[in-house]
Write a protein that binds this ligand. Structure first.
Ligand SMILES: [Fe+2]
Length: 324
């Protein structure tokens, strides 16, 4: 099995330290604002217990595990409240809860929280909730009836994040998050070479309303080092029929590898998970959604190791919203 999840079990002592830090942060009312908080998150994250900081650093530095899961976090003591019925992150008075704040602190050990101008106005936090009107919309985070196929988050974009973070508020439906890693892929030299060439289409998913500034038609599927390549693919929108010969053969092998190596994670309330978005694809199988107050509710934040690398695609130093 090449897809592996590192599960962190917090000690009581770590939970107490984390709760103390959260209480201190929550005392400042402006920290409930997602943009104000994210400016302080890297700073506060240094006050998480060293044992936890070490786990995150090892996850980032060693590239051994596909994902890092932290369960039983000391948050949501009174529950998450009713699942939102719309994109509350678009409201000016949208407030983070303690699970959102801890999720942002953890993620800030991996990088900087980012958003995209094409996605909910550049919001850093994006709530993932099934909405009845979108139940049969393909590849939508608001969908449920159809499988959401394998994809790298924001695969089409040159400034795609290195890590995808999800925090679970509620998952009564026990819908699984599917992860699969490229590690251990067995491709011929010729197949690898083809996938490193800019000859593939990577369309964006419907969560992005892009202004077509990104070239989606001439992309590479693999990047990094050819011995242990990184991947960017959107298999959910890939039309395999458009490819022939060696391109088709290489893509089919890659997709077969992902389907053979997939693992299912059923997130519980107060779980936080971080997926290596350079080495893994993720997906969500179809599920029967509880609509309304008890619907499945995840919160997503993505993290990039550097804001500077996307400076040419951000309108100011201050903004975390990358043009798309
Ligand atoms: Fe996704």
């Amino acid at each position: 099995m090449t897809t592996t999840v590192k599960r962190l079990i917090l000690t009581n002592n770590e939970k107490q330290q984390i709760r103390g830090l959260l209480n201190e942060i929550i005392k400042e009312p402006e920290m409930a604002n997602q943009y104000s908080f994210m400016e302080k998150a890297v700073l506060y994250a240094q006050e998480l217990p060293r044992s936890i900081r070490k786990e995150f650093y090892d996850f980032k530095r060693r590239e051994e595990f596909s994902a890092l899961l932290i369960s039983s976090n000391p948050v949501l003591a009174d529950g998450a409240g009713p699942t939102p019925s719309r994109h509350i992150e678009l409201d000016d008075d949208y407030r983070l809860n303690d699970a959102n704040i801890l999720h942002g602190l953890y993620g800030s050990l991996l990088g900087e929280g980012i958003g995209f101008t094409s996605q909910r106005g550049g919001s850093l936090y994006n709530n993932i909730v099934p909405f009845p009107g979108y139940s049969e919309t393909a590849n939508s985070s608001a969908g449920s009836v159809l499988d959401f196929g394998f994809h790298v988050e924001d695969a089409f974009h040159p400034a795609r994040p290195e890590y995808l973070g999800l925090a679970c508020m509620r998952n009564d439906e026990r819908a699984a998050t599917i992860i699969s890693s490229i590690d251990g892929i067995n491709l011929s030299t010729e197949e690898i070479q083809v996938l490193f060439e800019a000859r593939f289409k990577i369309p964006h998913n419907p969560i992005h309303s892009t202004s077509d500034i990104i070239e989606e038609n001439a992309q590479t599927i693999l990047f990094g080092h050819s011995d242990a390549p990184y991947v960017k693919i959107n298999a959910a929108t890939l039309n395999i029929e458009e490819y022939h010969g060696i391109e088709r053969q290489a893509l089919e092998k890659l997709l077969y590898h992902f389907s053979e190596n997939r693992i299912a994670l059923v997130l519980e309330p107060a779980d936080c998970v971080f997926i290596d978005n350079y080495r893994c694809v993720h997906a969500r199988d179809s599920f029967k959604a509880n609509y309304g107050d008890n619907a499945r509710w995840l919160s997503r934040v993505v993290f990039a190791s550097s804001l500077r690398k996307s400076r040419a695609m951000r309108n100011s130093v201050g903004t975390r919203a990358i043009n798309a």
